[in-house]
Design a protein around this ligand. Structure first.
Ligand SMILES: [Zn+2]
Length: 312
């Protein structure tokens, strides 16, 4: 019998086209594009909050990184909702059992999630950046004139200020330095604001229930392997080649010693990098294609996003 080709619907193609790559399981919904600071100079504009009762441009998020063989990341239910969190429970068990490495690895990390524009790639549109909270603190510091007390509302869409900073190093050695505000105010276009109003930051979070988190973690056998035989997976080694040289970093790989301090004391500009932006085998150009530009389709990004959300 002759082979019969079955046509698949557009949704199936779209799903494949917008996937984040590999088996990566992140804590940000697929509709949002994730920003990763580039090595060298970065020029970004932090966008204003578009959610109710905002007292900051970003939202605080607690994230467990490096969960299971997929190195998934997930929002901590304990810290965010005061609900039971299987990863925090596993951490408590590890502490009781004296496994400090595993306990450190399971510690949630605090990030500040913002919407921003990459001024070097504005065509990419608004992106979500989960920055280390220490970097956010530094941004707030330089947004205020120490002598006069004047505050520069950097996220003001009409007369805000771009930020520049340098990302140095790779993997766990990443540092952010030379953070500066642009000396001149600038604006952000309407379409950008419309887009982030359609998908406010709280909607960007991908919540997982207890059971799903438990499966991500326990299904991996991580608890045993990590305790007995580290380094665990070649994947984690490949991504963090120099981890062993850095005893004081916050984080999560099994081969690392736990940080000596509580999370609030983590050094400035010393984030848990490499994880937060998921590894994305998908090329930037292809990723951009997932949200076609207005010129091509005649529809604004925000309109496309609304359709996508409605179909969800
Ligand atoms: Zn947790």
């Amino acid at each position: 019998m002759a082979f019969q080709y079955k046509k698949r619907d557009a949704g199936a193609w779209e799903k494949r086209a917008s996937q984040q790559g590999g088996d990566y399981q992140g804590f940000i919904v697929d509709e949002a594009k994730v920003y990763t600071p580039k090595k060298g100079d970065n020029f970004v504009r932090i966008l204003p909050p578009t959610f109710e009762n905002a007292d900051h441009y970003g939202i605080d998020v607690w994230v467990h990184y490096g969960i299971g063989p997929d190195r998934a990341s997930a929002i901590c239910l304990q810290k965010m909702k005061n609900m039971p969190c299987p990863l925090c429970e596993a951490r408590a068990r590890a502490e009781r059992g004296g496994d400090e490495d595993l306990a450190g690895e399971l510690k949630p990390s605090r990030r500040v999630m913002v919407y921003m524009l990459d001024r070097k790639d504005e065509a990419a549109g608004p992106q979500v950046w989960s920055m280390p909270w220490t970097l956010d603190r530094e941004v707030c510091k330089i947004s205020r004139d120490k002598r006069t007390g004047q505050v520069y509302a950097i996220d003001d869409p009409n007369e805000g200020y771009d930020l520049s900073f340098e990302r140095e190093g790779e993997g766990m050695m990443v540092k952010y330095a030379g953070i500066q505000l642009s000396r001149r105010p600038s604006s952000v276009d309407e379409e950008t604001l419309e887009y982030i109003s359609t998908l406010p930051l709280p909607m960007v979070l991908r919540w997982r229930e207890y059971q799903e988190l438990h499966e991500l973690f326990a299904g991996s056998g991580m608890e045993q392997t990590a305790a007995v035989n580290k380094p665990v997976a070649p994947v984690s080694l490949a991504r963090r080649p120099i981890a062993a040289a850095r005893p004081a970093t916050p984080p999560l790989a099994a081969e690392e010693p736990p940080p000596p301090e509580p999370p609030e004391d983590e050094p400035p500009f010393d984030p848990v990098p490499a994880r937060d932006p998921p590894p994305r085998p998908i090329a930037p150009a292809a990723a951009a294609a997932a949200v076609p530009s207005g010129e091509v389709t005649g529809k604004s990004r925000a309109a496309l996003l609304r359709e996508k959300l409605a179909a969800r």
